[in-house]
Design a protein around this ligand. Structure first.
Ligand code: UDP
Ligand code: GLC
Ligand code: MN
Length: 355
């Protein structure tokens, strides 16, 4: 089968409606394995719509995503596709990255099975678009931007690819036979598409298509020179936008939770702006947030950790969560990093055992 955008110029001597107008057969794809990352997916989907993409929006979701959240996703995405979790279980490599939770990112591989689309752009749920990026569909598999931590590898938070059952099966085979050098999808994909670094410069997306918030700090002059043309921001790293406390009145991210290495505040504010204006009303509609008096404490019923305070914030007691419930959330990757499951709390607990 000849794929549009493959051999020859598009539109010339078109053989099928698909070749004449491939847009309906192209999609932006993201992934969420729980309700916390789903908030990121909703913000990403909203930002793509806000910048008037002409392509379809697809989210891969696993059974851990709650029913209400799936319904919320359906209002923004054209397709919510249920997939099984693929987990590397490779704690040794994941520990090297200090990201024990990323074994499940192998679930991303399911994106190659979406053969109803001829070409797709995968985007992590922790990315945000700042402008229309439909021009990415002019690129070929596998196009991606360099990883800021090791630029001879591509970062797998944004990539152009072509769904194919054959590729999907080859990737699964590689995962089971050899594993991934980082325990997640990025290691595996860099092994599979190993010619990316050296073969075809057109497959190197400019960094502005995957600007990681942490790199802004490591090369500030470059950010000053080129940051204004950023097209996609990637909140790469352990702390995600939804882990912060946001004050909607002052439109500021609360300083006590602010991690200076994490992001440029403008991008974080933009994420929260889209979250509060577009996503929050949806979550309220689907019963996914609790409203307490004048203090609006945005918290997932299923336990994610974003908070929003409106106006004066009285010392509202945190909702009681049993240790059994906490354990369950932890196992689903929904650790309360800034609260009950913070490093300090864990250390305190360990100390009581050691004594
Ligand atoms: N992801 C998920 N659940 C998880 C961890 C990751 O759904 O528990 C998905 C999500 O789409 C996320 C992507 O896998 O954006 C990659 O993980 P993450 O963005 O946390 O990795 P980073 O970019 O920080 O290295
Ligand atoms: C990364 C990528 C992310 C990927 C993870 C695990 O840093 O940003 O998309 O899932 O590594 O391989
Ligand atoms: Mn990411």
């Amino acid at each position: 089968e000849v794929q549009p955008g493959g051999e020859g110029p598009e539109g010339l001597g078109s053989r099928s409606p698909q070749a004449a107008d491939p847009r309906g057969h192209q999609a932006f794809v993201t992934l969420t394995t729980n309700d916390a990352y789903a908030k990121g997916a909703l913000v990403l989907g909203s930002s793509l719509k806000q910048h008037r993409t002409t392509r379809k929006l697809v989210v891969l979701a696993t059974p851990q995503v709650s029913d209400s959240m799936r319904r919320a996703l359906e209002t923004i995405f054209d397709e919510v596709i249920m997939v099984d979790v693929l987990d590397s279980g490779d704690s040794a490599h994941l520990t090297l990255m200090k990201r024990p939770e990323l074994g499940v990112t192998l679930t991303k591989l399911h994106c190659w099975s979406l053969t109803q689309y001829s070409k797709c752009v995968f985007m992590d749920a922790d990315t945000l678009v700042l402008t229309n990026i439909d021009d990415l569909f002019e690129r070929e598999e596998l196009s991606a931007a360099p990883d800021p931590g090791w630029p001879d590898c591509f970062n797998s938070g944004v990539f152009v690819y072509q769904p194919s059952v054959e590729t999907y099966n080859q990737l699964l085979r590689l995962a089971s036979e050899q594993g991934s050098f980082d325990g997640g999808d990025q290691g595996l994909l860099n092994t599979f598409f190993s010619s990316w670094a050296t073969t075809d410069i057109r497959k190197h997306l400019p960094f502005i298509y995957n600007l990681s918030s942490t790199s802004v700090y490591s090369y500030l002059p470059a950010f000053k020179a080129f940051g204004a043309s950023a097209k996609v921001v990637h909140f790469l790293g352990r702390v995600k936008p939804w882990n912060y406390t946001y004050d909607a009145q002052t439109k500021s991210v609360k300083s006590e939770s602010h991690d200076p290495t994490m992001t440029h505040p403008e991008f974080l504010h933009l994420w929260w702006d889209i979250f509060t204006t577009t996503v929050l009303p949806l979550l309220q509609q689907y019963g996914l947030v609790k409203d307490t008096c004048s203090y609006l404490h945005v918290e997932h019923v299923s336990g994610a950790v974003s908070h929003m305070s409106l106006g004066e914030s009285p010392a509202t007691p945190q909702p009681f969560v049993s240790s059994e419930e906490r354990k369950e959330r932890w196992e689903q990757g929904q650790a309360d990093y800034l609260g009950a499951d913070s490093f300090d709390n864990i250390k305190r607990k360990l100390d009581t055992y050691l004594q």
